[in-house]
Design a protein around this ligand. Structure first.
Ligand SMILES: CC(C)(COP(=O)(O)OP(=O)(O)OC[C@H]1O[C@@H](n2cnc3c(N)ncnc32)[C@H](O)[C@@H]1OP(=O)(O)O)[C@@H](O)C(=O)NCCC(=O)NCCS
Length: 335
């Protein structure tokens, strides 16, 4: 992964900002190795959560340098009462008791997320030993969506023949409504800009400009309309985002097909942000490209949160974790 030009660019850019990233899985050697690699290159300030003597031992045994890395053991942290209170205040309306808050704040993924909420870290990467839901839920509950009426979704960067594309949503929202699909497209456009793209967004389904019929097509047509309206608002109007739909994948990507099926479209044939109609299509689509098409896949990375929290695949290697830390650090840059 680390040979990838995309990731090298991400890491070089992230290094300019030296963001603070918390890694709650300090018991996992892959996470420790990734922490060491990031720290050695001074890309981010790393905070590890876990058992301090054990982490120190693991670093010494592997010949890694801990200088520059902070270790926090939630149980003995002087910040624990502050984070517990913060959690209780944020969740009491949802029925959380003070007793529950005391227990929950000690869970590393909650502790890490509370560090971000309290301003003590810029982002978090977890999931080497936790399910997606366990990693993502504290972020949804505590960090919440950046935009009050847009939900959190995810994107991947897929690289095919050295050309990067943004795919969304392949990881979070199972069956989006038209409004949610429009929001996914808007958030994916913002993610694309953050990662250096000039977004040309294709709202994809099995129909191009009315060639196919069905409720699924109607949903994408409606989502396209809603997203185009949103692009005229102050938040988006100066961002130079082009968006069109509904388009099939071939019309979105292949200029010859695009000229036949959607000759008036400014996006068709040259799309670089691909929006899938639901999680089944998106998740299957990216994994097929990764396994059969030889594409590199980076993500899924969450988008639309007030601060970045990202999930790892449980099979991740230390090098993969380094890549996700770099992407998370870049997401934490506010511009
Ligand atoms: C992300 C996911 C785990 C959240 O599910 P969950 O934990 O059951 O979430 P809940 O419905 O209990 O909601 C928990 C909180 O998150 C919020 N939330 C849930 N989804 C959200 C979203 N997409 N955006 C913003 N907030 C969201 C809820 O509003 C709720 O907030 P509240 O407690 O303050 O009211 C769920 O959407 C999911 O399982 N998605 C598919 C993940 C997957 O399997 N991906 C494929 C592999 S990558």
């Amino acid at each position: 992964m680390l040979e990838s030009k995309f990731i090298q660019d991400v890491l070089a850019k992230a290094k300019q900002y030296y963001k603070t990233i918390v890694l709650p899985e300090g018991e996992d050697l892959r996470v420790l190795k990734a922490a060491h690699m990031i720290n050695e290159q001074k890309i981010c300030k790393i905070i590890l959560l876990g058992n301090e003597p054990q982490i120190k031992k693991d670093f010494i045994n592997n010949g890694w340098n801990l200088e520059g890395i902070d270790i926090i053991t939630p149980e003995t942290s002087p910040k624990l009462p502050e984070y517990t209170k913060l959690l209780y205040e944020l969740r009491k309306n949802k029925g959380m008791t003070e007793e529950e808050a005391k227990k929950t704040a000690l869970i590393p993924n909650y502790f890490g997320t509370l560090m971000i909420k309290a301003g003590d870290a810029d982002g978090m990467v977890s999931g080497a030993n936790h399910s997606t839901a366990d990693t993502v839920r504290p972020a949804l509950q505590i960090i919440k969506s950046a935009h009050k009426d847009r939900g959190v979704s995810s994107f991947l960067v897929m690289v095919s023949n050295d050309k990067p594309y943004v795919f969304s949503d392949c990881g979070v929202i199972i069956n989006p409504t038209a409004k949610e699909l429009a929001d996914i497209a808007l958030e994916a456009s913002l993610s694309a800009i953050k990662f250096g793209f000039e977004p040309k967004v294709a709202m994809m389904t099995y129909s191009t400009y009315g060639s196919g019929k069905g409720d699924a097509v109607d949903k994408v047509v409606e989502a396209t309309k809603l997203a185009k309206e949103a692009l005229k608002t102050d938040e988006f109007k100066d961002l130079n985002i082009q968006l069109d739909g509904e388009l099939q994948a071939d019309a979105a990507l292949d200029m010859v097909v695009a000229r036949k099926k959607a000759p008036t479209s400014e996006v068709a044939g040259s799309a670089n942000v691909l929006i899938f109609p639901n999680l089944e299509a998106g998740n299957i689509g990216y994994k097929l490209l990764q396994r059969l098409g030889g594409c590199e896949a980076y993500g899924p990375v969450l988008q639309g949160l007030n601060a970045p929290v990202n999930d790892l695949s449980r099979g991740a290697f230390a090098e993969d974790i380094v890549g996700v830390i770099g992407m998370t650090a870049l997401q934490a840059v506010r511009k």
